[in-house]
Write a protein that binds this ligand. Sequence first.
Ligand code: ATP
Ligand code: FE
Length: 337
Amino acid sequence: IYILGIESSCDDTSASVLKNNEILSNVTANQEVHSKYGGVVPELASRAHQQNIVPVVQQALVQANIKKEELSAIAFTKGPGLMGSLLVGTSFAKSLAMGLEIPLLDVNHMQAHILAHFIKNDTSKIPPFPFICLTISGGHTQIVKVSNYFDFEILGETIDDAVGEAFDKSAKILGLPYPGGPLIDKYAQKGNPKAYKFSKPKVGDLDFSFSGLKTGILYFIQREQKNNPNFIKENLFDICASIQHTISEILMDKLKNTVKQTQIKHIAIAGGVSANSEIRKRLQLTEKHFGWTTYIPKFEYTTDNAAMIAITGYYKYINKHYSNVSVTAKARLKVTE
Ligand code: ATP
Ligand code: FE
């Protein structure tokens, strides 16, 4: 079975070819245009997708060394995401599937972040059902119980900002370019994580809140900068390490609560923020300390990519969950839909 996956929900245009559960190619065009605006500009994103989609798909087929006539089905991101961006992928996937007379598979982007764990891989293990997935991305922060490929239950989630936003907004306060998450990670490696203390939010057992943390960081920086205009410059590494440490602590506390409540000790992380080195390291340590089995995605399957769309499409295909050509993009879509 050969599945072509297409991802265009936000600012990355990506295409991937899978042979069964094995990756043959995974090609992504990142959009540089947004960095100078400090965030993704929807209009520019959809225009860039239009320019990128044909070459990216072509490149994915070339790298996989197959012709489009050999494809078994086409999987695409139906949502959630930016409407204009989703529409580019949706209409492209529909026309290609119609032209080739093969099944079309609509994929939920949040399910795909999780199911990326099922891509065949010689280094990491594949989680058994049921397992817990902490999905941490640019738009979501959720604890999900995964009982089967298409059986998801949200046990807890953020009541305001996503953890990716917490990273990006903190980075913005520090004057770093968008997206700042990876830069905080990079600078944190040279800093002291206990240099500054930020208070952790008080919310329900398995829920999250990050807007207070962001405000706390903003006030702290404003105060210190008033005393010393070079405060950020002189202490950047320590500030980044302390922010990252606080966020990691919050996430780990919630995972401990989840294990206590569910007794499930197979724990995965997914989404762009699961690329973070401290979060990965701390999760790994729980194997030794608490006897959890952890599932940490390969770096290239953390942020948005089409391989995760293709693997989700693969499970839909073998279960004959085909889409109708009347399927439409949905900007808002829960992981359970
Ligand atoms: P969603 O999947 O919720 O729709 P999205 O697709 O925009 O949102 P992803 O691509 O999964 O989000 O993740 C992007 C986020 O991951 C950004 O906020 C980015 O800053 C963050 N991120 C990426 N790498 C790191 C890192 N090493 N440390 C911290 N954050 C990171
Ligand atoms: Fe995403």
